[in-house]
Design a protein. Sequence first.
Length: 201
Amino acid sequence: MGANWKRVNLDLHNVLGFYTLIFTVILTVTGVVFTFGWFDDGYHWLVTGGKARLEHPHKGLSDTTRLTSDFKQPDDEIWRRYQQQQHVRINYPKDAKDVYTVYLNPTTGHNDMTTWYGLDQKSLSVVGGVSKDEQISFGQQIYRANFDIHVGTIGGLPTKILASLASLVGASLPVTGFIIWYNRKWGKKRKPVRATSNTKA
């Protein structure tokens, strides 16, 4: 108690920065992956031990020679097939050759566990996709989970809170650091008070 605001600012900068360092570094690294291709390549090489990237299976193409669909409401049929899954997301075709893309996730916050399929527009037969049973290394699992690590969904609510707090602290560090630097370089210093003598000659 009684500490001035400059001291409080310095303590907050040092203590919070120290205890959140590892988390802010992780959030920074996993975020830069989305921005720079060269960094993404280097990150993949590092976490997988230099292994080549797994070629993502093509989602396939719809048969454009067919004029009619086997289903009146294809999206209803897709939902009927996969509604038992915990999380289902459907991307609709953008043109005649595109497919319905169905993403199935057994739990939130784990894109590394997602199964997805490409379904023909007319027949809804599987023409592409990737299965959760695909054999991948631990490093490749980490790489696939990069988004979940970055946003904190990898461990549910606790890691979401942790990522949020680390992000707030990380955003505050430049501010508190600037204040420290400014006060040291240009902060006003008290002028020493000169003693005056009241002794008469």
